[in-house]
Each structure stands twice: as structure tokens, then as C-alpha cells.
Design a protein around this ligand. Structure first.
Ligand SMILES: Cc1cc2nc3c(=O)[nH]c(=O)nc-3n(C[C@H](O)[C@H](O)[C@H](O)COP(=O)(O)OP(=O)(O)OC[C@H]3O[C@@H](n4cnc5c(N)ncnc54)[C@H](O)[C@@H]3O)c2cc1C
Length: 473
């Protein structure tokens, strides 16, 4: 039996390929519907819906290979071990294969499933598949774990060169088994997506086509365009990587194929993109090495003492895209409208909440998770403390992005802002970048919000809040 989780594909799926190699009398696939666990992890309705749509596409791929998909539902996460064992037995499987998940709760759940299955004579085999290089393969000379990205990446390249990223084929048609497939539910209560399916089409074939299009049309310019949110300068493949509809090795292979086989040297576009994939691995490794980050605790323990402000009104305005800073507002509206936000803007908005508003970064992390189609604990929990200066390899606390300079630099003609904040369509470019220039009369006519804080004063306040820690105050 292959237990699918966030690896919703038949191509280059380690657990599926290994199970197929070991089995002579057919395969069964399993998916567990676990809404209580999803709620506890703030999984966005749009993301759960994306999982289900991809699961339906996967079920068809599996059926074409004689692999029935069993879908079982549990009320509580604690019921998962018994449910997996029950299905394995009912389907006559003597082994369960899965790809490893690195979050603390998921790793503990898997340890319990292993214990339960093995106590009853059902073998468990798990594989590193989600990352290009397994966490155990990247250590410092002293055997420690990296907390800074650049030296991590150096070691990661070496480990990747040793390991390679050969792609595994989809399994061939299997001998038929006497097990009925269970239909994939159209929806799960409490997770109705507010987004149109067409925004994030499902299925491996679509994801592959999108990867190929990106690699052919955009990758060569990635290093110069990736910071410009008005352009399609990045891959927007994160939902497919997060749900495992694509593997990271498939992405590496696509980059290498456009760079004479190299991933670490050569053309700047592919090399820069691979470096982003290394960030993805970095944050998965961080969760394994420093598991407390999965439990809402800051990596830098002293930053737990920051006097975050309670500001329900400011937080609500940030969530709704009404801070009065056009770039921040456009970004937050992009998140809510599409379930995705450009990377540059994730940094801008995260820094705005945690520095300008001095609101606890965990509130923003949760809001992101509740809306992102690509929500991923490792990447989200890595990105937030990076911006809030509380994490591994974080920005120094005195670095506070200026929304006006970010706006001028990365949305110079205001095209992105005007797309998501249409009420500012006719406002001058200078005022889009420097909202203090938007007059009261224009605000009255457009309904656009006044600035929630004055950036210069807020910046000083944030630095003071952190400086206190540095002095031990
Ligand atoms: C505050 C904050 C929160 C974030 N939350 C998430 C999240 O929940 N899920 C998520 O997948 N990414 C997250 N990121 C990272 C990054 O913003 C997105 O991966 C990226 O914007 C996705 O767009 P793309 O697919 O076009 O990326 P591309 O630029 O095309 O990059 C390719 C892939 O590399 C990975 N990647 C790129 N940048 C990063 C990064 N900084 N950290 C980790 N992986 C990266 C993603 O899988 C991405 O799809 C967050 C970043 C910040 C600053």
C-alpha cells in the first residue's frame, strides 16, 4: 500500500516507485481525510480544495495502472494509525510505503503509525522525496546544522552532486487487485474554497506543462525579473511543489536541461532559480534540526521578549489591504484574491506587519497559512521570522523595508498596484509610491484608506523595541 500525502503524482514519486518495485501482486493507494489536523495546522480551504482536485486527477492516473485509491476519513489525528492499519489489513497489504514529511506533528504521527503497523506485522517503509537532499545529508564540518543559508547552499550543492536528481518513471500497469476504489470527495466540510478552479488548474499533466513553459519562456530572465510582481517573472509553481504534484527533482532537471546540465554554475537564470529551490530545502532541514520552530517558538529565543503591540484595528487593515500603503495593500489583496503572493511582496508585507505595525509575526504567519494555496509550514515559518528578524539567517533587526522605496524599485510604473487597488487607477505615480501625497480630497473620492502608521516613526519604534533586547533591557 502507498499512503499518499503531499506527493500527489505518479511520476518521480519515490514511495510509489519503490512499492511498485517490491510488489509482485498489485498495489493499493491510500489517502486520509483528516479535517481536525488540517484545522489545527491552519490549512487554507483553497489549499485543501487544491489537494482534492489533484487527488481526483491522481486517482485517474492510478486507475489506469490498476491501482485502486482508498479514501478514509478520520475525526481526529490520533485515529490515523488505526485507520492506516485497518485499511492495510482490509486490502491484504503487508507493507505501507510513504514519503517522509518533516514537520514535527507529521513526524510524530508517522512514528505512531509505524509503531501500530509494525506491532501487527505490517512493514513500514518511508523515503526522502520531498526535498532534493535529505536533512541528514547536509551538516557542517563539525556535524552541526546550518542556520545561515549561504554556507548551507555550498554544502547542499556538494550533497546534490553526490546524490544526483535522476527521475523515477511512473509505475507500469500493475496486476489487478480485488479492492474497490473509493470516490474522492468533491469537498470537505469547512474547507469550501473561495477561489475559481481555473486559477490553479489541477493535475500532473498541467503542472508539467507549466514547468516546461516557465523553463522555456521565463527561466533565462529569472534573475532580472523575479523581483517585479507586475510580470510573470517567477514560476508560480509553489502550489504544485507544496502539494507534491511536481517533485523538486523535476524542477532541477528542467533547470539543468536549460543550463548544459549544471545547477550551480552557468547561466544566471537557472542558477538563481535553483538557489530558490535550495531555500525550500533549507527550511525543511531547519524544521528537523530545530523542531521548536514548528511549535510557534522563535528560532532566536531572545526575540520572544519583543513587546509586540496588540493592534486589532491595524491587523485587520493589514489583512484587508487597507493600510494606506498601496504596495502593501495590493499585495494583501493579491493573497486573498488568488491564494498566492509574489515573493518580494511576502517580504514587504511580513516586514510591514512585524516592524511597521510591530504586531507579533505569528499572527501574520497564521493569516498567510489560512489563505495560501501553497501554504507550507517550512517555507512560511522560514519567511516570516526572516522578515521579523526572529529566525535563522534573519534580516538584522535594524533593517526595515521602506514601502515607498520598495514600491518605486519593484513596481516602478505602478502596474501591479493599479491591478489590485483599482480605486487608485487615476492617482499619480508619485502618489502611488508616496501615499502621504494622496490628498484628503482624493481619499474622499476614491475611498482609499489613510496611512495606518507613519513609516518613519514606526521604523524608529521597531528598532527601539529590538534594541532593548540587544542591550538586555
Ligand atoms: C513571509 C513569507 C512566507 C512564505 N510562505 C511560503 C509558503 O507558505 N509556501 C511556499 O511555498 N513558499 C513560501 N514563501 C517563499 C516564496 O515566497 C514562495 O515560495 C514563492 O513566492 C512562490 O512563488 P514561485 O513558485 O513563483 O517561486 P519561484 O521564484 O519560481 O521559485 C521556485 C520554487 O522555489 C521555492 N521557493 C522560492 N523561494 C523560496 C523561499 N524564500 N523559501 C522557500 N522556498 C522558496 C518554492 O517552492 C517555489 O515554487 C514565503 C516567503 C515569505 C517571505
Amino acid at each position: 500500500m502507498v499512503w499518499f500525502r503531499r506527493d500527489l503524482r505518479v511520476h518521480d514519486n519515490t514511495a510509489l516507485d519503490e512499492a511498485a518495485k517490491r510488489s509482485t501482486d498489485g498495489l493499493v493507494a491510500l489517502w486520509v481525510v483528516s479535517p481536525a489536523e488540517w484545522r489545527a495546522h491552519d490549512d487554507a480551504p483553497a489549499k485543501v480544495d487544491f489537494w482534492l482536485r489533484n487527488l481526483r486527477a491522481l486517482a485517474a492516473e492510478l486507475a489506469a495502472r490498476n491501482i485502486p485509491l482508498r479514501v478514509v476519513a478520520v475525526e481526529k489525528a490520533s485515529e490515523v494509525p488505526a485507520a492506516v492499519l485497518r485499511e492495510a489489513r482490509a486490502c491484504g497489504c503487508d507493507a505501507v510505503h510513504w514519503n517522509r514529511e518533516y514537520e514535527v506533528d507529521e513526524a510524530r504521527r508517522d512514528a505512531r503509525v509505524t509503531q501500530t503497523c509494525e506491532a501487527e506485522g505490517v512493514t513500514v517503509r518511508s523515503y526522502d522525496d520531498r526535498v532534493a537532499v535529505p536533512p541528514e545529508d547536509v551538516s557542517t564540518e563539525q556535524g552541526g546544522k546550518y542556520t545561515v543559508f549561504t554556507p548551507f547552499r555550498r554544502r547542499w550543492y556538494k550533497a546534490l552532486a553526490q546524490r544526483g536528481f535522476a527521475l523515477r518513471p511512473a509505475p507500469p500497469v500493475q496486476p489487478p487487485v480485488a479492492v474497490e476504489s473509493t470516490p474522492v470527495p468533491a469537498r470537505v466540510e469547512g474547507f469550501a474554497s473561495p477561489l475559481a478552479d481555473a486559477l490553479w488548474p489541477a493535475g500532473e499533466a498541467y503542472a508539467q506543462a507549466r514547468l516546461a513553459h516557465f523553463a522555456d519562456a521565463t527561466l533565462a530572465h529569472y534573475h532580472t525579473q523575479r523581483d517585479l510582481p507586475a510580470l510573470d517573472g517567477t514560476s508560480a509553481l509553489s502550489p504544485y511543489l507544496a502539494a507534491g504534484v511536481l517533485s523538486v527533482r523535476q524542477c532541477l532537471a528542467a533547470a539543468a536541461a536549460r543550463n548544459e546540465g549544471f545547477v550551480d554554475v552557468g547561466a544566471s537564470g537557472p542558477v538563481t532559480w535553483v538557489s530558490e529551490l535550495a531555500w525550500r530545502d533549507f527550511y525543511q532541514h531547519v524544521m528537523v534540526a530545530f523542531p521548536w520552530v514548528c511549535k510557534g517558538r522563535a528560532f532566536k529565543a531572545d526575540t520572544e521578549a519583543v513587546a509586540w503591540r496588540r493592534d486589532p484595528d491595524g491587523f485587520a487593515r493589514w489583512c484587508e489591504g487597507r493600510t494606506g500603503y498601496p504596495l502593501v495593500d495590493a499585495a494583501m489583496r493579491q493573497l486573498v484574491a488568488t491564494g498566492w503572493m509574489h515573493n518580494r511582496l511576502r517580504m514587504v508585507t511580513a516586514m510591514f506587519l512585524s516592524k511597521d505595525l510591530l504586531v507579533d509575526w505569528r499572527e501574520g504567519e497564521r493569516f498567510f497559512m489560512r489563505h495560501l494555496v501553497d501554504g507550507d509550514l517550512g517555507a512560511n515559518n522560514g519567511g516570516w521570522p526572516w522578515s521579523a528578524s526572529t529566525g535563522t539567517d534573519a534580516q538584522p533587526y535594524f533593517r526595515v523595508f521602506n514601502p515607498s522605496s520598495q514600491s518605486r524599485r519593484y513596481d516602478s510604473d505602478g502596474a501591479f498596484i493599479r491591478r489590485f487597488v483599482p480605486e487608485l487607477a487615476t492617482v499619480s505615480l508619485a502618489a502611488l509610491h508616496e501615499p502621504e501625497r494622496i490628498t484628503a480630497e482624493v481619499r474622499r473620492l476614491t475611498g482609499y484608506a489613510p496611512r495606518v502608521v507613519d513609516h518613519d516613526a514606526a521604523r524608529v519604534r521597531a528598532i527601539e523595541a529590538f534594541k532593548g533586547l540587544a542591550r538586555g533591557a
